[in-house]
Design a protein around this ligand. Structure first.
Ligand code: PPE
Length: 309
């Protein structure tokens, strides 16, 4: 992953502050106990002019819900946050961007019990290319089933995009990368395929797509978009548990997520998936996805929050 390029401003508790001044104390609660939640959102330049944030309302709804799940309510309303995202993008003059809202328990008291004080909230924006590499996006990535299980729903809750949940993802990702793979696939505690360190997964057999139901996974907004897109394109989509051997024998497989967008999978546990490159169904979904996010396809116009500066 290339080094982060600073942008001029970060939105910090309602004010746009210079990037280098958006700092917190080393005794901030979230640094010690993982008491934070965040979003990952993308904005794209539209060929018809201006830019658009993809599914901004849905992302900010999930952000507010993360706070509800964790019992750490967001001090800002969903509408305030949506406006703050647009303000941050325009202040930074970003036509395309990755957007990172984060709410965290800040400085003030130590000990596991979070203080009553309101959470701190920031929104940062930066440029992020293909998350799993340009080659992966084109030809497909190599994946390893992790020795770490995805979180049990009574250990941590996967519907919250909580900072603490990502220790599970970090363990899996580091293991996979150290073993020479691009990404880790985690199984749930029963052994069914769950999700990757930062993506949901789909498998393809014939004209049928299958994805994990919402038991152990993050309720991905890309996943939801692809379910709708694929059905409109005439594919059958099933939300069903499946095993790793079903994945090994799939015609095609791909990951989806805001950062990873639609990334084909060419190999899992040293077994070639399908023909070992991005399959035709995956490519058609990838094409459709990229036409929707930048407004090239007018069909899902209500998924876009337009802005210009
Ligand atoms: N599962 C996990 C565990 C996950 O982190 C993501 C997003 C998804 C599924 C897909 O969700 P959605 O973006 O709503 O389609 N991961 C974010 C963070 C990546 C990071 O390294 O940071 C993302 O893609 O923005």
């Amino acid at each position: 992953m290339p080094a982060l390029e600073p942008t001029p401003f970060i939105w910090f508790n309602g004010k746009l502050v210079p990037w280098n001044e958006a700092q917190v104390h080393v005794l901030s609660h979230a640094l010690h106990y993982g008491t934070s939640y965040f979003e990952g959102i993308r904005a794209y330049r539209c060929p018809t002019g201006g830019s658009a944030v993809f599914r901004l309302k849905d992302h900010m709804r999930r952000f507010v819900n993360s706070g509800k799940i964790l019992g750490l309510p967001c001090p800002w309303s969903q509408a305030d946050l949506e406006k703050a995202v647009i303000d941050t993008l325009t202040a930074n003059k970003m036509e395309t961007a990755y957007i990172r809202p984060l709410a965290f328990v800040g400085y003030g008291s130590m000990g596991v019990l979070p203080p009553e004080a309101p959470l701190d909230v920031i929104i940062a924006v930066w440029s992020w290319g293909a998350y799993l590499g340009a080659e992966g996006m084109d030809k497909g990535v190599r994946v390893k089933t992790s020795s770490f299980s995805r979180i049990h729903p009574n250990t941590l809750m996967s519907k919250a995009k909580a900072g603490g949940n990502y220790v599970n993802s970090v363990l899996a990702k580091v293991e996979a990368v150290k073993c020479g793979y691009d990404e880790a696939l985690m199984l749930d505690v029963q052994g069914f395929v769950s999700e990757a360190s930062g993506e949901n997964i789909f498998i393809v057999r014939g004209n049928t797509l299958k994805t994990t139901p919402l038991t152990s996974v993050l309720e991905g907004i890309s996943r939801d978009s692809i379910i709708k897109l694929a059905r409109d394109m005439g594919y059958t989509v099933e939300e069903q548990l499946f095993t790793r051997d079903e994945l090994y024998c799939a015609d095609e497989a791909f990951f989806c997520g805001t950062a990873a967008e639609v990334t084909p999978i060419r190999e899992v546990d040293n077994r070639i998936i399908g023909e070992g490159h991005a399959g035709s169904v995956t490519k058609s979904i990838q094409r459709a996805f990229f036409q929707v996010v930048d407004g090239s396809s007018a069909k899902y116009a209500d998924w876009l929050a337009h802005y210009s500066f």
